[in-house]
Design a protein around this ligand. Structure first.
Ligand code: GLN
Length: 219
């Protein structure tokens, strides 16, 4: 069996590039995972944010559901961000669960529509000694965790981040904020070493930054 020395980001749909950029900033080689043959070299796989229905359909079309489960059982850790958290949950409120890799209950679109997205900040001492910026985009809520699941961040009436030995679930998007600390946390959880300075911040403000556009000339 190949050695698990790399981090992968599932690259079928959703916010792939920003995760890749964060890991590369930490000096970590990233695999953009498009098929199951790429899984056996991975110490960890990120299931990114995006659209969970679309992602599970694509995972089925490309026959990746069982290979992900098998690789996970053989040591590949998984970090689900937002839609990724929906994919790994054991239970979904009013919906059928999908990969069922983590004993959490998740409510999809729990804050409302896309326009109900928001930013926040919180202290997550296990991950960083600085407050971490949080970006919630049509996010789910973790409403309950089973035995053996550690809550990393509880907010007003819901759980925003949790972990087990083998999984992390965040309903927000660390890849859309300048901090590298969550990516560092996952890399180290996967047993890989970081040599780059993880306290540096990406030169980006937020996914909601104002973009200046020139009005097109109408004829
Ligand atoms: N609302 C999306 C879903 O239910 C998740 C949103 C996200 O990943 N930012 O799949």
């Amino acid at each position: 069996m190949a050695e698990r020395t790399k981090i992968g980001v599932l690259d079928l749909q959703g916010g792939v590039h920003e995760h890749v950029e964060h890991f590369e900033e930490l000096g970590i080689e990233v695999v953009r995972v498009k098929n199951s043959a790429q899984l056996n070299q991975l110490a960890g796989l990120v299931l990114p944010g995006g659209e969970s229905t679309c992602m599970i359909r694509l995972l089925n079309i490309f026959d990746m559901v069982e290979p992900i489960k098998i690789n996970h059982a053989n040591g590949m850790k998984i970090w689900g961000t937002c839609a990724g958290t929906i994919l790994i949950a054991n239970k979904l409120i009013n919906d059928f669960p999908q990969l069922q890799l983590m004993d959490i209950t998740v409510e999809r679109n729990a804050f409302g529509f896309q326009i109900d997205s928001f930013n926040s900040k919180a202290s997550i001492p296990k991950v960083s000694d600085q407050d971490i910026e949080l970006t919630f985009i049509r996010a789910p809520k973790i409403t309950n965790v089973g035995e053996g699941v550690e809550v990393l961040l509880e907010m007003e009436g819901f759980i925003a981040a949790a972990e087990t030995d083998m999984c992390i679930a965040t309903v927000f998007h660390p890849e859309l904020t300048p901090s590298l600390m969550f990516h560092k946390y996952f890399v180290e959880k996967c047993g890989l070493t970081i040599t780059a300075d993880a306290t540096k911040r990406l030169n980006r403000t937020s996914w909601m930054r104002y973009a200046r556009v020139t009005n097109p000339v109408r004829k």
